[in-house]
Design a protein around this ligand. Structure first.
Ligand SMILES: [Zn+2]
Ligand SMILES: [Zn+2]
Ligand SMILES: [Zn+2]
Ligand SMILES: [Zn+2]
Length: 311
């Protein structure tokens, strides 16, 4: 069996949808810790921020002893460069391609143009199935393992994904509950309290760009505004991993002009969850307040009501 005869230990960088950006490193050395910078204004050190999470290099070491280099790119389809999944086909010259690529190539080998798409490479299929890959968040405590390529599906919903403090100038990152504690304990700003189901006034200066609401020692909800030529885009996101059952909220936000003569509202049954605030103008899930509504005022008079889903 593969698992007895040979073992692979490796670390990998941040995953992304783009294969070319995925960094895979077969390694004989200790995994590097997540690069988190020193804490900023809020004061807490980042090392503490990772709380009880395991440090890099410890997870899985008993099962997967180091000792062998392996080029994981060999497990990617040479045509589309995505992780190979079964069935895997080969031409008479032994070149391989995934089944999607065989269709796209109209069953002509990309390398030698011989027919491909009938004969399977069973050995390669077994190798792909046998290689187990830990979740990229293993160093933060996730114990899940997957056959090669499948971990990328899981990582989008992994509850051990790092979340980043939304306070401007604070570089803290940690598991979401540690982040919530950090935000409360360090009095990170901005912060306004909210209670599920109650209306909260969120009067924000457009130039501040960010407004943070926190349930008592709990979840962080970030209202952001992005000023563009025609008006201001307003978004509401929760800082949390997209794991089932973690910080699932709905919300309703409303804007009213200074004298209350113009109003608008926007809501989502499922608040988006993000691990880090982005300052790029959103393409979806926003409320757009046109400049002529604001009559030159530098602030937005908002009201928000956040509900825990299922309550
Ligand atoms: Zn392919
Ligand atoms: Zn070929
Ligand atoms: Zn995971
Ligand atoms: Zn902070």
């Amino acid at each position: 069996m593969w698992s007895k005869a040979k073992a692979i230990k490796f670390s990998r960088g941040e995953t992304s949808s783009s294969h070319r950006n995925r960094q895979r490193v077969a390694s004989l050395v200790e995994d590097e810790a997540e690069p988190v910078e020193e804490a900023g204004d809020c004061g807490e050190s980042c090392g503490e921020g990772l709380g009880t999470a395991a440090t890099g290099g410890e997870v899985g070491e008993t099962e997967v002893p180091p000792g062998m280099l392996f080029d994981l790119d060999l497990l990617d389809c040479p045509v589309c460069c995505h992780a190979l999944t079964n069935p895997i086909f080969q031409c008479d010259n032994g070149h391989i391609a995934c089944s999607c690529c065989c269709i796209i190539l109209r069953n002509k080998c990309h390398s030698c143009t011989l027919p491909i798409g009938v004969y399977r490479n069973r050995m390669m299929e077994r190798v792909v199935e046998a290689v187990m890959v830990p979740c990229p968040n293993a160093k933060h405590g996730c114990t899940e393992k997957f056959s090669y390529g499948k971990e990328l599906v899981h990582v989008k919903q992994c509850s051990f994904a790092l979340c980043y403090c939304p306070a401007p100038g604070c570089n803290y990152a940690g598991l979401c509950n540690d982040l919530y504690r950090h935000y409360y304990a360090n009095n990170c700003r901005p912060r306004e309290c909210y209670r599920s189901g109650s209306n909260v006034a969120a009067w924000m200066r457009i130039s501040d760009k960010i407004f943070v609401l926190q349930e008592y020692k709990g979840p962080l909800v970030v209202i952001q505004c992005f000023e563009e030529e025609q008006g201001v885009y307003v978004t509401v996101n929760c800082i949390a991993p997209c794991a089932p059952g973690v910080s699932e909220f709905s919300f309703q936000i409303s804007y009213s002009s200074y004298f209350g003569e113009k109003t608008m509202s926007f809501g989502l049954r499922e608040m988006n969850r993000i691990q880090k605030v982005s300052f790029e103008t959103p393409e979806k899930d926003f409320m757009f307040v046109p400049h002529y509504f604001m009559a030159g005022r530098p602030d937005l008079k908002l009201k928000i009501c956040i509900h825990k889903r299922g309550e």
